[in-house]
Design a protein around this ligand. Sequence first.
Ligand SMILES: [Ca+2]
Ligand SMILES: [Ca+2]
Ligand SMILES: [Ca+2]
Length: 306
Amino acid sequence: MKRILVIGVLIIAFAAANEKRFTNSSNDGKTNPLLWMILNQISGFDTKISKLQDKNEQVNKEISELKLKQKETDNNAGKIKTINSKISEIRKFQNHDGNSVYEKAISKMKADIRNLQSKHSNDDRRTKQILKMKGDVKDLQAKHMQDDKREKQLQEFNQRLKALRNDVDILKKKDRQSCESGWKLFGNHCYFFGLQKASWHVSKRECESRHSYLVKIETKTENSFLYSTLTAYWKHETFWIGLNDLTTEGKFTWISDHSSVAYKGWDPTNPSNSGGNEDCTEIHDVHWNDNNCSRRYNFICEKQIG
Ligand SMILES: [Ca+2]
Ligand SMILES: [Ca+2]
Ligand SMILES: [Ca+2]
């Protein structure tokens, strides 16, 4: 519209100039008020046109700037569209099967973590159990070693005890095989030679006070032992023995068990019962002889060993 208005004003001005040239070429317009008014208007229009042109340039400049902004906006819109497209793709991908692959992956990872934690926890528990078992085994080994040590000590103790018992048995055996001081051993019997002269009955009591009896000579070897001892120590000494016929004349028995005489070591002329009063028996040199019981002789006691 502004352009049309400007063009119209220019046409009117051109027409007015032609009219001035053809009507009065010597008049500068002051003589023609209409022309002067038109010229003033044209001048005003020129000013306005100039302003309009300036404004038009400014508008064009703004339009250019707007176009640049529009282009930039369009570019941004393209980018946004691309981003939205990608977002859409991602959402579509995420919504696949109603569950996210990532969520699945995360769930799987969480499950793995839980499993690992559980396994780790189990491992810890097993480790603790193993450590405890190792400790128990160590304690048992130590206890076993102590038991072994005690067992060895016990075995050594038992061996020493056994050795001591053997020693005791040997000593007992020796003791059984030996006679107390002042007694002589023959076989498994001990013999005491009493060198204090006394009657047969006193001698008998002397033996009894020594937990023994007047000797009972049962064998030739026992008789030989007595003979050899008497010959070696008390040659020609006389000793009472346990044989007597106090109960029944002529029937000799041993005082220790009242058994009849079996082995006999009589002197060839005895028993003689000389004077009708020889009921006790003594031994001298190598023979027995019945003699008066009141006579005072040495005596021989006998007891079983042990
Ligand atoms: Ca005897
Ligand atoms: Ca007699
Ligand atoms: Ca006689």
